[in-house]
Write a protein that binds this ligand. Structure first.
Ligand SMILES: Cc1cc2nc3c(=O)[nH]c(=O)nc-3n(C[C@H](O)[C@H](O)[C@H](O)COP(=O)(O)OP(=O)(O)OC[C@H]3O[C@@H](n4cnc5c(N)ncnc54)[C@H](O)[C@@H]3O)c2cc1C
Length: 432
């Protein structure tokens, strides 16, 4: 199904939309259904459909959606980047997340990293064989939501210390500790964009963001975990035992910039998660619409019954309103970060894009499943998978409650200000 676009798309945009849709329908969706049914250890083998899709995505340049054209990224408008991301979410939340986290270490390094890191970035950009695959190591066994709440909380010492710590020895950082089992793509990644606390630091805020090659001595991985949803993206723990990386692999060295960096990076990931969520919601709505047109009960197709009509309308309303809000928030965020380089995207608006779209994705998947009756609970129907994925979405990349709380603090502090208050963040981290 091809949706009617309220933005008057150019011919080029329309073409892109239909080409990406064809790709996700023919390649991404079938692989994601297969992966969902496979055992965790099978999903990470070199023969897994996971790698086949990742390679295809890299050939199409989808790993570079967070690289601006002047740094070697694709010549796409902000709107075109959104269109691709919504389609990826339509095809598979897990594989969309996989290509999203793939980019985190490298696109962050492209924005703010050293010359040395730019060599790595350029190898990753040109890779179409998945020889380079990134992941994003934030969550730790003792710190999940804390990593989000620390950004704006005055009382930042209350969050305690991190599990993964780094100390400087000569020209190297030495890293030890553990990231939690929920790190997406960790079992298959070659590089991690890692949030680390300073050994001598007093809080999570006193840290750095570095790129760790996962074949470095001292790195080990846990078994891929078995989850309810988003099973098409493998997840697992990362362990660091005196892992040494060159000094200039710290893309964001210790300093006040850490607060701004974490906040702005979250603006980007929030908008991407928002677009993936709209895609997932649209997929669920379209499944329900198709099914309701065919299934006959009470002597008529389901679409003739008033409750089903209203249900379909409610789903449509949610998908459409989420799309245009997330699009706007993404366009604004990308302009601020990639085009102007001012790093003053609005956290409250970006978080809202993520929270609102995640919430409606779950509501729509739930309502769509109800339209299917018992068939909706069957593993034969994709709506069952979409529902599980939508459930995982409420936790992935920050729970919707904690993202809302964090956005609320930004609303309270900065509502009247046109732009993001970087000074305020810097003041929060006097010791960082
Ligand atoms: C599918 C999936 C993919 C993921 N991918 C990655 C990844 O690639 N990299 C990575 O680092 N992490 C990843 N995560 C981890 C994810 O970011 C965390 O699960 C999330 O931030 C929540 O942390 P937690 O699970 O430890 O829950 P907790 O922080 O323990 O929260 C438990 C509950 O308490 C609530 N809560 C917690 N703190 C507060 C507070 N201060 N105030 C009020 N309520 C609070 C939460 O809303 C939640 O309901 C992924 C998770 C999932 C499910």
């Amino acid at each position: 199904m091809s949706y009617l676009d309220l933005d008057e798309l150019s011919e080029e945009d329309e073409l892109l939309k239909s080409e990406v849709h064809r790709f996700v329908e023919e390649v991404v969706r079938p692989a994601s259904v297969k992966l969902d049914k496979m055992a965790p250890e099978e999903r990470v083998k070199p023969s897994s459909p996971y790698f086949k899709v990742l390679k295809e995505m890299k050939k199409l340049g989808y790993h570079k959606l967070h690289i601006s054209p002047n740094l070697g990224g694709p010549s796409l408008t902000h709107l075109q980047r959104y269109i691709i991301m919504e389609e990826l979410g339509w095809g598979s939340l897990g594989l969309a997340t996989a290509i999203g986290v793939d980019s985190i270490p490298f696109s962050s390094a492209a924005l703010i990293g050293s010359e040395k890191l730019m060599e790595l970035v350029s190898a990753w950009m040109n890779d179409t064989e998945c020889n380079f695959h990134g992941c994003w190591g934030v969550t730790e066994p003792e710190h999940g939501s804390d990593y989000l709440m620390i950004i704006r909380d005055e009382d930042y010492l209350k969050f305690g210390k991190g599990n993964v710590k780094a100390k400087k020895e000569g020209g190297e950082w030495v890293i030890s500790g553990q990231k939690s089992a929920w790190v997406s793509a960790a079992p298959v990644a070659t590089h991690c964009g890692l949030h680390v606390q300073l050994e001598e630091g007093k809080s999570l805020a006193e840290g750095l963001f570095c790129i760790v090659p996962l074949d470095a001595e001292g790195v080990s991985r846990g078994k891929p975990v078995d989850m309810l949803g988003m099973r098409d993206c493998p997840q697992g723990e990362l362990f660091f035992n005196d892992v040494r990386i060159p000094e200039d692999y710290a893309a964001v060295p210790p300093g006040a910039f850490y607060g701004i960096f974490a906040d702005q990076l979250l603006c980007l990931t929030s908008c991407a998660m928002g677009a993936f969520s709209v895609g997932l919601a649209r997929a669920a709505f379209e499944e329900a619409l198709r099914y309701a047109r065919q299934r006959v009960q009470g002597g008529a197709p389901l679409v003739k019954h008033k409750n089903i009509k209203l249900s379909l309308y409610r789903m449509f309303e949610k998908v459409e309103s989420a799309r245009y809000y997330v699009r706007k928030a993404m366009e604004y965020t990308h302009r601020k970060i990639f085009e102007k380089g001012t790093f003053d995207a609005s956290p409250r608006h970006a978080r809202m894009a993520q929270v609102y779209a995640k919430r409606i994705a779950y509501e729509v998947a739930d309502e769509a499943l109800q339209v299917f009756g018992a068939y909706g609970l069957s593993k034969e129907m994709i709506i069952e998978k979409l529902f599980r994925d939508a459930r995982a979405l409420q936790i992935e990349d920050g729970t919707i409650e904690v993202l809302s709380l964090e956005a609320a603090d930004d609303v309270i502090e900065s509502y009247e200000k046109k732009y993001y208050d970087a000074d305020l963040i810097a003041r929060r981290y006097p010791e960082a």
